[in-house]
Design a protein around this ligand. Structure first.
Ligand code: DGY
Length: 442
């Protein structure tokens, strides 16, 4: 197994390979553009050894921000349509009055990690004056992004932002979306013609199904038909869900921005108000006291989605649970549902409850381990003082990387045979967060 220093060099080489001169691709072929939450994690890694790149990454991302504050999930620089679907010409966001005139983007967003990414960069920076300049520059952009989320994604002012596409969750094909997606009979829908690229570049059995893609395209087509008008989308979107991961990222970013605001002479109040509201709403509406986790809520059906995924543990990262709630979550995490059994132990943290019949060890967000989720969980566990479990979450992720490389995701069972390293190789956020773990200190 490579030594620590060799692995850090390999991680830096992954980021260098995926760097385009302007931003970093998540991986060379499967994701050839800039992705929103990927960019946040990638910048956290760069901050340890190349502040120019950390800054460039976030600047390039915010160049795609819409006038209404929405930060798109993909910023396209070139069409590369043979390589990626749906490309810029399929999204047709030039139809949106709010979209930037000089850059093509997608028309949906992703988990709002930029507030805490900026905070981590500030903490890591040795040149604090320089880092403060970055905070000054990004502060109004992140503020507008949160204002967008609280205004347009939370029109009832509950304190919870809703997602309107499975891709907005970051956990694209999680079983959490199966029920809401099944509500639409796609055989009755006139879908635009399209051809996937992902299942030809990546291994088809690791990727979402054809039905999943039909549904993704179905939603996208609704948005472009309404020219991405927020009011029309709100009225017609059949998929509106309050997700614990998305809202935990929002909440942690609120907290981080509240800390950064006074450093540049701004008031933390708006962030603190949002933070109080979101924390209360998550505990009131999404907490599942019986199981000790947080659920998603389907706004269209008006019901809780009781499917246990690693997203349900993300509130730890944002300080949302009380000590007593956190204790219940830890119990759940340490039990067979997520840690496996003595005969069949699992690495933490599988994306889905190991006893769930929808589990698929090799399929993307339906079971495999993701490095960013372990990184978020590690922070969350440390925050509540569960240092031993936190160490395990970190060590298990790092040992998967040491054994197999900087893959996109991994099989969660310790005794698994066959393919363990899954999805794309040389995946940027796996490399960036590995660097943060190694160079960030404990
Ligand atoms: C993809 O293309 O698979 C992305 O995750 C969607 O953003």
């Amino acid at each position: 197994m490579p030594e620590k220093n060799a692995l850090i060099s390999q991680a830096k080489a992954v980021l260098a390979k995926n760097w385009t001169g302007e931003f970093t691709k998540p991986t060379a072929n499967l994701y050839p553009h800039q992705w929103n939450w990927d960019a946040g994690f990638i910048a956290i890694g760069y901050a340890h050894y190349d502040m120019d790149r950390a800054e460039a990454e976030l600047r390039a991302l915010f160049r795609g921000q819409w006038r209404n504050g929405m930060l798109p999930h993909i910023i396209f620089r070139e069409e590369r349509s043979a390589q990626y679907f749906p490309g810029a010409s399929f999204w047709r966001t030039h139809l949106a009055v709010e979209a930037p005139a000089d850059l093509r983007t997608s028309g949906i967003t992703q988990p709002p990690v930029q507030g805490f990414a900026l905070w981590h960069i500030y903490q890591t920076a040795t040149d604090k004056d320089r880092a403060l300049n970055l905070v000054k520059e990004l502060y109004p952009k992140i503020l507008r992004m949160h204002q967008y989320l609280y205004a347009f994604r939370d029109p009832e002012q509950e304190g919870l932002a809703c997602i309107r596409h499975p891709w907005e969750s970051g956990t694209d094909n999680s079983p959490t979306w199966d029920g809401p997606m099944a509500r639409t009979d796609l055989s009755r829908v006139q879908l635009p013609a399209y051809e996937r690229a992902d299942n030809k570049i990546g291994q088809a059995e690791h990727r979402p199904t054809q039905r999943d893609y039909d549904y993704y395209v179905y939603l996208l087509d609704i948005y472009r038909r309404y020219n991405y008008n927020e009011v029309s989308i709100h009225a017609h979107c059949p998929f509106r869900i309050q997700d614990p991961l998305f809202n935990s990222m929002l909440q942690r970013s609120n907290e981080c921005m509240a800390e950064l605001a006074p450093l540049i002479g701004e008031s933390p109040m708006v962030w603190q108000d949002w933070a109080i509201h979101t924390r209360e709403a998550m505990n009131h509406k999404l907490w599942d006291a019986e199981r000790g986790t947080y659920n998603a809520f389907d706004l269209v059906a008006g019901e809780v989605i009781r499917i246990e995924t690693s997203s349900g543990f993300m509130p730890l990262f944002a300080g949302i649970p009380s000590e007593a709630q956190a204790q219940k979550m830890i119990y759940r995490l340490s039990g067979p549902a997520f840690s496996g059994t003595t005969e069949n132990p699992a690495y933490l943290c599988p994306t889905l409850n190991l006893q769930d019949p929808r589990l698929d060890f090799r399929k993307y967000w339906r079971g495999p381990i993701w490095i960013n989720m372990n990184w978020l969980l590690w922070h969350g566990l440390r925050r509540y003082g569960y240092d031993t479990l936190a160490r395990r979450v970190k060590e298990e992720a790092m040992s998967l990387i040491r054994q197999h490389g900087f893959f996109e995701y991994f099989h969660p069972l310790k005794k698994a045979e066959g393919e363990i390293a899954l999805g794309a190789a040389d995946f940027s956020w796996s490399a960036a967060l590995y660097i943060d773990w190694e160079l960030g200190g404990d």
